[in-house]
Design a protein around this ligand. Structure first.
Ligand code: GUN
Length: 296
């Protein structure tokens, strides 16, 4: 058997086109333009690339985009004052502080200073609590993107066995909450799980988010399972740098029913969901109906 390859790039392009359509209608019918402010502290090259591509995607969707670049030695009080200003700015519907922050800044304190209604990353403790109790929350972008791919692939997820490998606050834990919300039977596995292979073999849905290159082997996969690979790992191979996931793609594709590639799987969905969350935040802020299919 050979798995269907889930084209996250094409799906994300479709989501972004739908968002652009909603944004155009919001402007025309309500005179409102959704806006996203991204804050970058310091000069981490990878973060600069991410922030630039987020800004570009925001503008392509027809939204307002603001980039706030602060020096690496910015005092915490200054960063908090900027967040306070963005919280009070009615043109700004989403605020994202790019992580990681320089060491002298307390990331939890900074994230929790963002108005939860504008927290398009879904990292604020209020949103974590709302998601965990099944209430309307801002949902972290990567797990939301995975959920959209799974729903598109499988329709209803009810009753399916889902195994999430990885317990991070950004992916693993919210992913498990979302799958539970869609009535899966959910296991969170991690590096200390006993007989991880056997646990993975139970999964109708396997989400890999551990950050270990090609750790999930083909014989860990239940035949026909849907495999979502969140990993993005740089490895040196044959003298070249290559991107690989947490899943051994070639091995798992022989057994799975459907599988996301790296690159071109989950990655493009993360930015699409950042735009989706900004649009959702804008609709909620203005008492308007939320767009369908773009939230959990
Ligand atoms: N750094 C890497 N990924 C992310 C993300 O999803 N959100 C933020 N704020 N920073 C990141």
């Amino acid at each position: 058997m050979s798995a269907k390859i889930i084209d996250g790039k094409a799906f994300a392009a479709d989501v972004r086109a739908r968002i652009a359509g909603h944004v155009a209608r919001l402007k025309e019918e309500n005179g409102i333009t959704p806006g996203l402010a991204v804050v970058l502290v310091g000069e981490d090259p990878a973060s600069e690339v991410y922030v630039r591509s987020k800004g570009k995607a925001t503008i392509e969707a027809g939204m307002n985009s603001w980039e706030h670049k602060l020096p690496a030695d910015t005092p915490e009080a200054e960063l908090l004052a900027l967040i306070e200003r963005l919280n009070g700015d009615r043109r700004v519907h989403g605020i994202l502080v790019q992580l990681p922050l320089p060491k002298h800044l307390d990331a939890d304190l900074v994230i929790n200073a963002i108005d939860p209604a504008k927290d398009v990353d879904g990292f604020h403790i209020s949103n974590v609590g709302l998601l965990g109790t099944g209430q309307k929350a801002m949902v972290p972008c990567t797990p939301l993107g995975c959920l959209m791919l799974l729903r598109d692939q499988l329709g209803s997820l009810a009753g399916l066995e889902a195994v999430v490998v990885g317990r991070s606050n950004i992916v693993g834990k919210p992913m498990a909450q979302l799958l539970l919300g869609d009535n899966c039977t959910v296991t969170i596995a991690h590096s200390r799980t006993r007989d991880l292979a056997a646990v993975c073999r139970r999964a109708d849905i396997l989400v890999a988010a551990v950050g270990r290159p090609e750790m999930i082997a083909g014989d860990w996969i239940k035949p026909g399972a849907t495999v979502i690979d969140v990993g993005i790992n740089r490895v040196e191979r044959d003298g070249r740098t290559r991107l690989v996931g947490d899943v051994d793609f070639a091995g798992c594709a022989k057994v799975a029913g459907a599988i996301t590639p790296v690159p071109g799987g989950v990655g493009p969905m993360t930015i699409a969901c950042l735009l989706a969350n900004t649009l959702t935040a804008c609709c909620r802020a203005n008492g308007l109906a939320e767009p369908e299919g773009l939230t959990a």
